[in-house]
Design a binder for this molecule. Structure first.
Ligand code: NAD
Length: 102
């Protein structure tokens, strides 16, 4: 299974991604704007994994979302951005094509 994670370079999101890559056979696409809170060093342990991919995207910016390859993805999604990003991550606002398919 491939899981979309937003805010995955933050405190909680990076821990979730490390857990998924280290403890499951699932794949992760991490979409993060890399604000002051985003730190890709927290993902160094998994960054070489074939099951991990990162795209620098502001999920509040519709045009950036439309350019991101991951926007074609339609599967499970975990949102861990800051509060402003959380509002953008609500499916009705920005990510209608990313809602779980089942
Ligand atoms: N850490 C806690 O103890 C805790 C407790 C309760 C709730 N929360 C909530 O959980 C969420 C995650 O917390 P955290 O501590 O991991 O936050 P964090 O600030 O460490 O990480 C947030 C991540 O979201 C990214 N981000 C912010 N805006 C974005 C945008 N527009 N597009 C893409 N990426 C964006 C940042 O670059 C960063 O990597 C927050 O909403 C927080 O309020 C956290």
């Amino acid at each position: 299974m491939k899981i979309l994670v937003t805010g995955g370079a933050g405190f909680i999101g990076s821990a979730v991604i490390r857990h998924i890559i280290d403890s499951t056979t699932d794949s992760v696409v991490n979409l993060d704007k890399l604000t002051y809170a985003g730190n890709l060093e927290s993902l160094l342990d998994v960054s070489d994994s074939e099951r991990y991919a990162f795209e620098r995207v502001d999920i509040c910016d519709r045009s950036e979302l439309d350019r991101a390859p991951a926007t074609t993805y339609n599967g499970p999604q975990l949102n861990w951005p800051s509060k402003q990003g959380i509002a953008c991550a609500l499916p009705k606002v920005a990510l209608p094509s990313w809602t779980p398919s089942s």
